[in-house]
Design a protein around this ligand. Structure first.
Ligand SMILES: Nc1ncnc2c1ncn2[C@@H]1O[C@H](COP(=O)(O)OP(=O)(O)OP(=O)(O)O)[C@@H](O)[C@H]1O
Length: 269
């Protein structure tokens, strides 16, 4: 299996401070990674490197076998799908849902626009259907709920048939039902052998979709642990990552974590 992402000794330094600190990390084709860590740990910075929108201060980053700095990123970018709150905010509220997804393809195939029109539309409709949004194709993006918008953005990210899919906190801001619905759909995507390699950033182990294979834990820009979820995600590592005692459990293919109860205060006499 070839690597879709390879970071070797990568640091990103701003104002003399490392946001990502000597990170070495490989994602092989077909793997589904979750990246967890507390606020400000450097998760989004890692995704920015993987999406070619950020270059490292030192070390090397190779995306889909191409080393950043030696390749035209505009050729590489359509091969990487990305969904994040920042990107969702940039999508026009008045645009039809179907067009929000379709326009992702036009960026790539504008030259063949007429020839691919019908095929593109079919693909956009199929992806929206896969994300449970078939009935919303004619709605305007601005009228959708937060959860519906996230699902449309994932369909849009898949439109270019990327080899690597990056999801930055896709469940943030969703209620319990919305989160569970999204986790189920991402689980179905993870199980699809034709789906791209994936990296999903989250703060919560509850958001790990079934079928995800690997986890990277990051704290203060440094990797604390990385590897297959079953071997790497445990109370010890997660407590270290978030800086407080946590108990991690797995049930029905899903993960959960909770803090240890506070020690009882001694009774007053
Ligand atoms: N351009 C910048 N200049 C200086 N500091 C930055 C810059 N961009 C990000 N940071 C800082 O880098 C650190 C890592 O940020 P990053 O967004 O990667 O963390 P994160 O793990 O995604 O956090 P969160 O979970 O809160 O989204 C943070 O402390 C942030 O304030």
């Amino acid at each position: 299996m070839s690597d879709v992402l390879e970071l070797v000794d990568v640091s990103v330094v701003r104002d003399g401070r490392p946001l990502v600190d000597q990170v070495t990390w490989s994602v092989a084709e077909g793997e589904r990674w979750i990246v967890v860590g507390p606020n400000g740990a450097g998760k989004t910075t890692l995704l920015q490197l993987a999406s070619t929108y950020l270059f490292p201060t030192s070390g090397t980053v190779a995306v889909l076998g191409e080393k950043l700095g030696t390749v035209d990123v505009f050729e590489l970018r359509p091969r990487v799908g990305m969904a994040s709150a920042a990107l969702t905010d940039k999508l026009p509220r008045r645009e039809r849902v179907l067009d929000i997804v379709l326009t992702a393809a036009y960026g790539m195939t504008a030259k063949w626009h007429e020839r691919y029109d019908a095929e593109d539309e079919q693909r956009a409709r199929r992806l929206l259907d896969q994300l449970g949004m078939a009935e919303y194709v004619d709605r305007t993006f601005g009228t959708l709920s937060e959860g519906e918008r996230k699902r449309v953005q994932i369909a849009r990210a898949l439109m270019t048939d990327p080899e690597l899919l990056l999801l930055d906190e896709p469940a943030a801001g969703l209620d319990l039902g919305g989160r569970e619905d999204l986790v189920r759909r991402l689980g179905a995507l993870a199980a699809d052998a034709y789906a791209p390699s994936m990296i999903l950033v989250s703060h919560h182990v509850e958001e790990i979709p079934p079928g995800f294979t690997h986890i990277l834990m990051i704290r203060q820009g440094q990797v604390l642990a990385a590897g297959p979820i079953a071997e790497t995600l445990n109370s010890r590592n997660l407590s270290h990552c978030f800086g407080l005692p946590l108990i991690v459990e797995q049930q029905y293919g899903r993960w959960s974590a909770r803090g240890l109860p506070m020690p009882e205060a001694p009774e007053a006499h």
